[in-house]
Design a binder for this molecule. Sequence first.
Ligand code: ARG
Length: 465
Amino acid sequence: MVNPSPQQTWSQRFESALHPAIARFNASIGFDIELIEYDLTGSQAHAKMLAHTGIISPEEGEQLVTGLEQIRQEYRSGQFNPGIDAEDVHFAVERRLTEIVGDVGKKLHTARSRNDQVGTDTRLYLRDQIGQIRQQLRQFQSVLFALAEQHVETLIPGYTHLQRAQPLSLAHHLLAYFDMAQRDWERLGDVYRRVDLLPLGSGALAGTTFPIDRHYSAELLGFGGVYSNSLDGVSDRDFAIEFLCAASLIMVHLSRLSEEVILWASEEFSFVTLKDSCSTGSSIMPQKKNPDVPELVRGKTGRVFGHLQALLVLMKGLPLAYNKDLQEDKEALFDAVKTVRGCLEAMTILLQEGMEFRTERLNSAVAEDFSNATDVADYLAAKGVPFREAYNLVGKVVKTSLAAGKLLKDLTLEEWQSLHPAFENDIYEAIAPARVVSARNSYGGTGFDQVRQALDRARAHLSEP
Ligand code: ARG
């Protein structure tokens, strides 16, 4: 029989060491090292709580806190690189602590389990990341806002079914993405409230025999509250799933914008020019400039959706309480965080300095189509013709104009009047693109006045704490 390795952390019950392949299979240190700073912070709070409640002496508490701080410095300076023999970040830290402070290091794990510990670390990590993602969303919104301010009177074709529908203020189009990002920002704030609950003190699953003070730990770590059921505390991952839902929606929004930028940058649309700083060439076709950034964002969206699905499936069959399956939550979470943050950063840069709207081309594009047809019907309806009747009549006008190779603005007054006697000379003004846009002055519409009010609302959002 093989003796347990001297490094093996668990109890003497084990007589033989892990098979090396199983040790590798079991280990999470390769990815949960990402949690190390949060693990150190969580452990320092736990040590302080143990001293505060008299479970260990004040001197012991001091030694533990100082030793953990030393590990932080060692990690930051690149001196602490635990290998897979440490199994996970929690064992790695405890082992190094005992090397630094001696036997007192072995007291750190009093009244605690890795189950409530890993839950604590993950929540500390996610709280931090949510804060940073929300800041990134604000930057993204600021860039959209600045662009919108510049382009209130720039027109852009509006589409439904990707068919020209009605012309828009470009600012209105950009502010639609601003509002999506606003919801993302708010949603993450809401998710945060449930990430902000401390499981520490739940023990392995049932609580502990020691007179701990969970509220004191929560206060030290700045948590809004503690889990009120220890079983739920160690096995809940709703907070991670909720985060992944919110992250998926951010990606949906970024991906839709990406798709638009990709279309806009095409020869066929030519609504934007991509700058060299944010696009690449082809290895064979010298004329090409590719929209890599939005393509990658669109492509990476699937990863985040995948992580959400992975965690939902991970959880659905788990009996209470902790199961090792839960170790699988981390890579999903870390990759989703990294992906969302990378995409937000890249899209913000792309909008800010990587592309330019071709204003002239945009303004002329809306003058070359039938997207003012609704306004002809509205014109007649305003003169008392029932809308459905006007609608049918304009359908006929569009058909005859198309056949004659003419746009609506090219019809003579006689032609208009032969279609309906209600047409007068002001029809030309009524169907001019800028007028068509400015006339949509209903709340939330694309009319310039409405867009200016929307900019005021957006500015107010940007200064929300
Ligand atoms: N590495 C583990 C995880 O990520 C830590 C918790 C281990 N707990 C246990 N009972 N084996 O979930």
